[in-house]
Write a protein that binds this ligand. Sequence first.
Ligand code: BGC
Length: 333
Amino acid sequence: MDEVPEPGVELGSVVVETLAVGVCGTDVEIAAGLYGWAPPGRERLILGHESLGRVVDPGPSGFAVGEHVVGIVRRPDPVPCPNCAVGEWDMCSNGGYTERGIKQVDGFMADRWRIEPEYAVKVDESLGVLGVLLEPTTVVAKAWEHIAAIGRRSFWEPSTVLVVGAGPIGLLAALIGVQYGGDVHVLDRVTSGRKPALVEALGATYHTGPVSELGLRPDVVVECTGVTQLVRDVADAAAPGGIVCLTGVGPPEAPGAGSSASLASDAVLKNLVVFGSVNANRRHYYRAAQVLSRADRSWLEQLITRRVEPEALDDALEREPDDIKVVVEFAKP
Ligand code: BGC
């Protein structure tokens, strides 16, 4: 926690008052010095990429004072690569992109931030603090878009969806799976607490225990833990023609851990696609807003399990066993 100057105009013409900022595993890693990059020539980075704010000075943007906005996280690389050139910076092919609060540009965890009008997304004010869930929802909206795109490679009628990990990303992935009409199953380690009830409230099925004992042949797997053994296990369980989407970066694997003996045979003999997905572009922010607006508000409210004041940021970065989404609250929406 530090005093910082007002955000510089180089960050954009729209001035925003922070309402809330979500905390995720990426923030915990950055705070621990394991990930993240300070702006060039600086030693520190303002954290925070899951934003929600209120416009205080729209400049020439067309936004109105008081409107709620969320900042897009990634900016295209300056070259730009072909993907960034067409606005698909989430698919940046040279790694030269930057990310607010993560990679070389200050984030949103300050009383005020600035943003370029074209990277601010208006959110429904009636969502209140739930608007802070937009950014994590974009990450899964993109993942689902790519699953659908890959599915078009063949005649494919997916029905069974397995989500591994019932954190915020897993639960939001399950929400989208249910909205798509899938028979959604969620696997997590915990046997009690909020997660089982949240999954059941979606109309999905909650499981614990080994993947091999679930008795499922999922057509789609959204893996949100990044645990290598689980990736192997879900590839094994997936139905022929299945699609396994990896969204989580797990702990480093111990040498010789797990076995890769049958990954190639699984993938080849079952026509599997195992792919990774990160970040989101503007289209996914639009999709994510649709997902949130169709969701049950009281269900979304239960995803925010802790709200802390900025002074208690250290507590926000400490994970408690039953946490789902922890939010740093700067001002009342
Ligand atoms: C953010 C993404 C970002 C990724 C990698 C995630 O926590 O939600 O926007 O691209 O980290 O830096």
